[in-house]
Design a protein around this ligand. Sequence first.
Ligand code: NAD
Ligand code: UFG
Length: 345
Amino acid sequence: MNILVTGGTGYIASHTAVKLLAAGHQLVLVDNLANSNIAVLDRIALLSGQKPHFYQADIGNYAALSAIFTAHQIDAVIHFAGLKAVGESAQKPLHYYRENVAGSLQLLEVMQEFAVKSLIFSSSATVYGDPRELPLTEQSPIQPQSVYGRTKWMVEQIIADHCSADPSFSAVCLRYFNPVGAHPSGLMGEDPNGIPNNLLPFISQVAIGRREQLSVFGNDYPTADGTGVRDYIHVQDLAEGHRLALKLTNNPGCHRFNLGTGSGVSVLEMVDAFRAVSGHPVPLIICPRRTGDVAACYADAAKAQHELGWQAQLNLTDMVADTWRWQHLNPQGYQTPPAKLKEKL
Ligand code: NAD
Ligand code: UFG
């Protein structure tokens, strides 16, 4: 298929791109580089032997999007582009609604104009908010607690309404739990701008010596060791989920799937796993809870298993080992000079 990948140089999209190119799909990537580095394209080329078309453009820009759809015969769109920092979304709600909701609307309108009828959308476990019961199924109550979560739920509703109005349109909303890990080659991984918000990039920057210590946000939750529990999923498994979701592109309607492992891991368990794999110390201090955090969140991913034939294959050790390989080979992320990288490979 000819697939347009929005947010194409981002963390999850870049791993998915390598997987889709290996499966024989043709890709067109679009990204405004707000949260990614152009060097990702060279790494995709190195891993796949192919350099996909790339456009530096904003999905909110009608003229730019329509020029891309004019230049390429697109069969399906995988829509990753968006902003994802839960805390920041509370400080800049209008920006988040503009980028995530209005941006998605613009994309859907251009897809409609060019009669492109298949979409995979990056949704999030944050649509569920504070779970009333675990594990979370796709039928669990939707009650997003953050602006970010609300943007994802709004886009899911827009997509569902569009599917109702156009019975030939197929959409798959993938609700990711906590994506972590890196490509096993160590050539691609997560390279957040500034201070990482998320646990695993923070731990790995402490282990490599870029940051002094990890702040553990609360050890008084009603969990086994008192720290927050999440369902961490390897980005390679997530990428495979997208490849399999493409099967539904001939199946009209709005489909929703949880993508998680079904197992919860606490902050302290993650720190222990990282120390064991890297052999490096991870100094930490216990801090107050972070506003908006929930005690525990993990998925029931049985629907994805039954309907997509998808199941997470990689375990916590794989997630940590691949993150560490990426961090170790690329101490400055994608800024790491290629010569330095070659020395280490
Ligand atoms: P990322 O920031 O690495 O990737 C998003 C990409 O979109 C970036 O490259 C960014 O430059 C680009 N982008 C942002 N706004 C854009 C715009 N208006 N036009 C064009 N490009 C734009 O994040 P990621 O972790 O790869 O996340 C991908 C998607 O998955 C996002 O929609 C995110 O909300 C969703 N998601 C992520 C997580 C997570 O924890 N990583 C969890 C659930 C859902
Ligand atoms: N944590 C710390 N210290 C840190 C960072 C995180 O103790 O420096 C803890 C958090 O309190 C939480 C756990 O580690 O208990 C995981 O936190 P993350 O920030 O890594 O992940 P979240 O579960 O808060 O949210 C992430 C993404 C969202 C996504 C969601 C899906 O940030 O974009 O997973 O479940 F939607």
